[in-house]
Design a binder for this molecule. Structure first.
Ligand code: FAD
Length: 407
């Protein structure tokens, strides 16, 4: 059982991709780090499974790639979509300048378990499950630690740096009074699982037709499906009943017709309320927000996990020498925001343009759809499919594990 008061160099609230990767990197450099995760394990609802080439490259740089890829996963090398009656290839990852020229689909809990397992090999790494960060401790305007609840009672953690990696509903960013810029989203997403038959297509794909968008990720024996709906439209869909939803899905992907009954009740359908936001300032003295806590991303491109990882790597690159040598200044925290703000803003800008100009319009459409000219062009000219692959697979500023992160 942990003492009621613990002292570490860095305390990270949240054991998601951002928190676990940062915990791993800091502990690897010999910095004492405590990660608090409010859940008892990583095995929770579906939260996205896409491990992009940029993250796989980081695993390579950490010497973990071969072992990582021995875990069950699927590899997506191209992305395509059916718009109306036409199928178009949209992205081709096979030309990326990375060791892995594919997206790996792996349940997020397996990825987090893998990181935790490796991080635990470093004596400086401490992970406390079922520990919920509730509040910050502040002394003369400087964050000096946090208060958390655990099954053994409340604990107080003293830390030179607190990192809020507690996700899109971050309690710590709220406690810190950091200002959130909400960019809005015209849609929500319903996530569900349907089994995959031997004669189903192999490719991960999207289907777009009159007022409907349906994305299917090939998970070998099942499809992880995303049904995009207008923002706030879930109540209306529920009121129309599950048979109507099943019918819509079967209309978009007729080969699922014999399986839509696997959606037995509404507990088989999970609502992701899409939000796109970012903090104007990611820090205050003694506190830094990263990952979704600093910027919730739209699901477009499935980049949330990867941006969270990139934030963690940049944070480790910039702050490791500071944490090893002395204290972390406000200027150091500013440097992390400066480094990661451009890729965040650029990605969100692109997502918002696509949300408003494409997704919003498709959801409002009543006529039969056909691919717009730029999408047709991707279908005709294979070379052009490298651009979306680069944006999705690597993003605007891929990070690399720097020598400074080694301490
Ligand atoms: C349904 C769904 C589908 C998604 N699909 C994809 C996808 O396909 N690809 C993709 O890249 N992204 C996807 N995302 C987004 C992706 O999950 C996030 O962008 C990513 O996980 C962000 O990582 P993070 O570490 O910043 O935050 P999170 O993954 O949200 O992790 C935060 C962690 O902090 C814990 N926590 C919260 N509050 C506290 C507290 N007070 N104290 C201690 N612990 C706390 C949470 O339990 C959680 O484990 C999806 C999200 C959802 C909800």
């Amino acid at each position: 059982m942990m003492d009621p008061e613990v002292s570490v160099r860095c305390c990270i609230a949240g054991g998601g991709p951002a928190g676990m990767m940062l915990g791993f990197l800091l502990a690897r450099a010999g910095i004492s780090v405590l990660v608090l995760e409010k859940h008892a394990d990583f095995l929770r609802d579906f939260r996205g499974d896409t491990i992009h080439p940029s993250t796989l490259e980081i695993m390579y740089e950490l010497g973990l790639l071969d072992e990582f890829l021995r875990r069950p996963h699927q590899e997506v090398r191209t992305l395509g979509g059916q718009i109306g009656d036409e199928f178009v290839e949209i992205a081709d990852f096979t030309h990326l300048p990375t060791h892995c020229r594919f997206i790996a689909l792996m349940p997020q809990w397996d990825f987090l378990d893998f990181l935790a397992e490796h991080a635990k090999r470093f004596p400086a790494f401490h992970l406390k499950m079922e520990a919920e960060a509730r509040d910050l401790t502040v002394d003369s305007g400087v964050v000096t630690g946090l208060l958390a609840t655990t099954p053994g009672g409340p604990i107080r953690v003293k830390a030179d740096l607190v990192v809020a990696a507690d996700g899109r509903h971050s309690a710590l960013r709220e406690r810190a009074g950091l200002d959130v810029l909400d960019l809005g989203a015209p849609m929500d997403v319903l996530w569900m699982r349907l089994s995959r038959g031997p004669d189903d297509p192999g490719q991960t794909l999207g289907r777009v037709d009159t007022g409907r968008i349906f994305v299917m990720l090939n998970r070998q024996d099942y499809w992880q499906c995303a049904f995009v709906i207008p923002k706030g439209g879930f109540d209306e869909i529920r009121a129309r009943g599950l048979p109507a939803l099943r019918q819509k899905i079967a209309g978009l992907a007729p080969y699922l017709r014999d399986r839509v009954d696997e959606l037995k009740d509404w507990s088989d359908v999970k609502l992701l309320s899409v939000s796109v936001d970012r903090l104007r300032m990611w820090h205050r003295p003694g506190l830094l927000c990263i990952g979704d806590a600093a910027h919730a991303m739209s699901p477009i491109g499935g980049v949330g996990i990867n941006l969270a990882i990139q934030d963690a790597v940049a944070t480790a690159n910039i702050l490791t020498p500071k944490l090893l040598q002395g204290s972390v200044s406000q200027r150091d925290l500013e440097a992390v925001q400066r480094r990661r703000e451009f890729p965040t803003r650029a990605t969100q800008w692109l997502q918002v343009v696509l949300q408003n100009r494409v997704i919003g319009r498709v959801l409002a459409s009543t006529a039969k759809m056909s691919p717009p000219f730029p999408v047709r062009l991707l279908g005709w000219v294979p070379f052009l499919r490298r651009l979306p692959a680069r944006l999705i697979g690597l993003g605007f500023r891929p990070e690399h594990v720097g020598a400074s992160a080694l301490g």
